[in-house]
Design a protein. Structure first.
Lengths: 207, 207
């Protein structure tokens, strides 16, 4: 994933170009959507070209180069935008907050997310840089889940000896796999978040 | 993924060619290993060619065509072989059997499994036929987990209202994601299966 212009080398990879020019929000959205479409269809990140994105979005290549320093920055903006703003837990019930966090990762535009992630997985094995950038997008989201779990331990809702990192994995992996490997209808989409959180909270052992 | 010879069309996709010729186990293993190597490196299933497999395995293309009817059959045999024989639960303790099943999916040659699966995920989105074949390999393994869980419900080790399908997802997805998305060392490899099963059994809620 190379810099596309000499000018680009003077900017950090994840920064958009300087403000000042009027932004065309509609074109931005079409461009970011085009990136996600290409990834969700199974294009590798390496195969996503500025040409293909421009053609899909119906804009000129120059429009893209004016807004993003390079392809890395464009792909990361697309992933970041797909995930939407960070969800905000209400802070009353750990159960309710965990359900909300799982639903936030499964609803609306986030539905494309598991497809895009699936298509990026082979890239992650080959490209540590891309994997690190993706982790940088995911980590603040995992932090929200960590905070909810830690609060639950503090308030006594959750067991004192809870392994927080393992719990984050248990609250995220089944949801991702459910989408990627088509577990519906064996595990129905309807009520999925509630069922998973309740199973996680109460445990499988007979009491 | 097309038939490679006219003769092949008379055989089912997942059958090896008829016995009778002496089998060369060493060449077979080199060929299947070559397929897994190519997939684990990020090749798409579509991009895996008989030529590339032959070159990697150090055999002639004819050696491959003599043993496998087509590329589908070759890839499925490679995936099937990687998973090894079906694990056999001891049947005394549900906890012990679940730990054994998770370890069976993480040890030895199965280590390549999450990489190969990761590289096949984009294909699954594009190719229902390949996804169905992969499911046909996975389903008997999930059945082993289902039987262990059902037995636990019958013996009273597990709660009577356990959602078996959700439980299968909870006992498989975290393990896959742990490898694919590099959760170690946040969740250490050492003791992973035991920690996951115990967290699943006892639940996160304070009692």
């Amino acid at each position: 994933m190379d810099m596309t212009t000499a000018e680009a080398t003077s900017e950090t990879a994840q920064e958009r170009k300087a403000p000042g020019r009027p932004r065309n929000a509609q074109a931005d959205e079409a461009i970011l959507d085009a990136v996600l479409d290409l990834l969700a269809e199974g294009s590798s990140a390496a195969a996503v070209s500025i040409e293909a994105v421009a053609a899909r979005a119906g804009v000129g290549k120059a429009t893209i180069y004016r807004r993003w320093a390079n392809k890395d920055a464009l792909i990361m903006d697309a992933i970041r935008g797909m995930k939407g703003p960070l969800p905000e837990p209400v802070g009353v019930s750990v159960r309710d907050d965990l359900i909300m966090l799982i639903k936030a990762n499964r609803s609306g535009r986030a539905k494309r997310y598991s497809k895009v992630t699936a298509c990026l997985l082979p890239e992650f094995l080959r490209d540590d840089n891309l994997f690190d950038m993706w982790q940088a997008v995911m980590e603040p989201r995992r932090d929200v889940t960590r905070r909810v779990l830690r609060r639950g331990v503090e308030t006594g809702e959750l067991r004192a000896d809870l392994d927080i990192e393992l719990a984050v994995l248990m609250m995220t992996a089944p949801s991702m796999m459910h989408g990627m490997l088509r577990w519906a209808p064996k595990v129905p989409e309807e009520g999925f978040a509630e069922s998973l959180v309740d199973a996680f909270l109460r445990g499988a052992a007979a009491s």
